[in-house]
Design a protein around this ligand. Sequence first.
Ligand SMILES: C[S@@+](CC[C@H](N)C(=O)[O-])C[C@H]1O[C@@H](n2cnc3c(N)ncnc32)[C@H](O)[C@@H]1O
Length: 250
Amino acid sequence: MIKKLYLIGIGPGDPKYLTLEAKDLLDRLNLFLIPEKKGKKEELTKKRTEIIKFVKGDKPFQCVYLSFPERERGINYKEKVIEWRKKKGEILKETLLKLEEDEAGFLIWGDPTLYDGHIDIVKDVAREIGISFEVIPGISSFQVLGAKLQVSLTDLSTPLTFHTPRTLRKIKNIEHPVIVFLDNYETFNLYKNQDLEIFWGAYVGQEEEIFVFGELSEKTDKIKTLRKNLKEKKGYLMEIYLLKPLKKNE
Ligand SMILES: C[S@@+](CC[C@H](N)C(=O)[O-])C[C@H]1O[C@@H](n2cnc3c(N)ncnc32)[C@H](O)[C@@H]1O
């Protein structure tokens, strides 16, 4: 049975963004747990396996693909997420109890602490079956976005907040920088009449990365068209953006 599980942040999709700590662990461990993405997102499962292969070269390793259910949609979002996480926890628990190795790595996209429920799921499972776990930080897409577009995410004495559309749309006026994850709703559209800059990126850090940046009012339509085309072409879209109040006369 697994006695120790490592939640390894693997960065935004290219091995060059692995930390040395993550790389050493991928090299040392023989067994990896990978959530299985189905359909158009299958490529995301492959990318995780390719990252392990990149580190291990010809060395053998084993991957166990976890077939987690999709989250049910419903009015009560929080309840649905809790239910979903419980189901995932059950699947993880069964898998960990069955495996014969002592240690395994669980590959987490980007950084495990951001918009990813696996720390909480693993915490509960680990307590229940008496195993230990460790979290290895990873580089997140928002960091690569800032670096590639040469933009500071924070302004002088301003906070920086992280949002998904659910929380972003509650904000009327954007007065300090915000990073937006998981926006399937083009929520930036709500703010196109405010003096804001947008720094938008898709598949950031990967070969196919693409960026659009500039005044939000001028870039909204371009981003909308691009989103549509990329979704059609690739089948799924991974996008992240920063909105910042526009600095005038600087
Ligand atoms: C479930 S969240 C997980 C975030 C992850 N823990 C991280 O640190 O990036 C997935 C969302 O992260 C963002 N994301 C992750 N990788 C990305 C990438 N390479 N390019 C653009 N956005 C990315 C997208 O908003 C995507 O829908």
